[in-house]
Design a protein around this ligand. Sequence first.
Ligand SMILES: [Zn+2]
Length: 184
Amino acid sequence: MSFAFVSGNPALDLAGTVGSRRDESIDLLTEPADLERWVSECDELPDRVTADFAMFEFALSLREAIYRLALDRVLDRPFDPGSLEIINNTAAGPVPTITLSDAGLHMSGDLAAVLSQIARRGIAVFADPHACLKECGRTGCTRIYLDRSRGARRSWCGMEECGNRVKAAAYRARKRASTTAEGS
Ligand SMILES: [Zn+2]
């Protein structure tokens, strides 16, 4: 399965690498190489990092802390203290360096710097009282995303990922209902 960057924030996208969290969850990060690929595919992070097993495990604990804080935010309840400690400690580390050239912005740094950057981006969104965080409307998706649409009317994490699936299922259900009605 490919990674989706539809949450509007890299911290939320990292949390979204586990899908269907309440049922049989699907984890897209099963080994350090998966994390390396995720970082390289994320537009807001350096192109290349290497992950050893210890850093990989650390990244997963940050991911789960981010998810917990995002859920606390969605449910409008106090933040989990253990998760706050993880995100705050991670954010305190050195961050990637950025340089400007005619090619645009270039970001570089190791995985520790990348995780620090992700933690900071997470803190920024969780601390923003105007940030509208929502859980995807497709049953079972469980991805939390930042709704920046006008009037915050977005219902799904991504059209391709979930919106079209919901619409197709609704269409099939309507069609089935009308076929049954005709048959009776
Ligand atoms: Zn979704």
